[in-house]
Design a protein around this ligand. Sequence first.
Ligand SMILES: N[C@@H](CCC(=O)N[C@@H](CS)C(=O)NCC(=O)O)C(=O)O
Length: 231
Amino acid sequence: MKPITLYAWPTPNAHKISIYLEEAAIPYEVVPVDITAGDQFKPDFLAMNPNHRMPVIVDHEGDGAPITVFESGAILWYLAEKTGSFWPKTPRERALTHEWLLWQMSAIGPMFGQLGHFKVYAKEQIPYAIERYSNEVRRLVGVLDKRLGQSEFMAGEYGLADMATFPWVRGLSRFGFERKEWAAVDRWLTAIESRPAVERGLDLLKDKTKRGPMTEEERANLFGNKQFEKR
Ligand SMILES: N[C@@H](CCC(=O)N[C@@H](CS)C(=O)NCC(=O)O)C(=O)O
């Protein structure tokens, strides 16, 4: 198989894909997209994803011509369907995987993202927003905990839903939560953290992880006027 090109920056949404590629032993090369510097607004990138978000993949084999996919859930789905790796065999199992994968995409990702924004990045601390998204994250982790109390992994066997959800939920302490509060989630995080492929996936562009306060330019690229220019 020709290597997949993964356009990425070291954040939870990209870790989903690097973890999957490592787990499935699919060859890949990484092209950094520095979203703090505005790489996502360059015409070549916008041609792959008009929503200017990474991750994006290019499957150079495709269907004879290259296939580009954006949205992390769609990427996982595409790769699993193409390779058969972590692609459940029966309609019942696939429905379960899709339910929990799309739950991650529509709930965990956006709500953790908003909480991170208002708690960590916003210049102004707005109690209503922090309370609203903290409550929502707490509620969602409770739903996950209940599910993991009934099932070893989210959709039965370890798979796409776990790989998509783990990169967000492992950061609970960053959002002011103590993971021990949820026994089944804690058990599940420990099991996934110990997988060598997951460790490798989390190494994605590790040297580029930024620490410390954001510059005004980085803020404009991620949250300010650069986001809202007409393109
Ligand atoms: N729903 C998208 C979200 C991707 C996303 O939010 N990516 C962020 C970083 S985590 C990004 O590329 N931001 C660039 C921008 O906001 O312009 C997915 O799951 O792929």
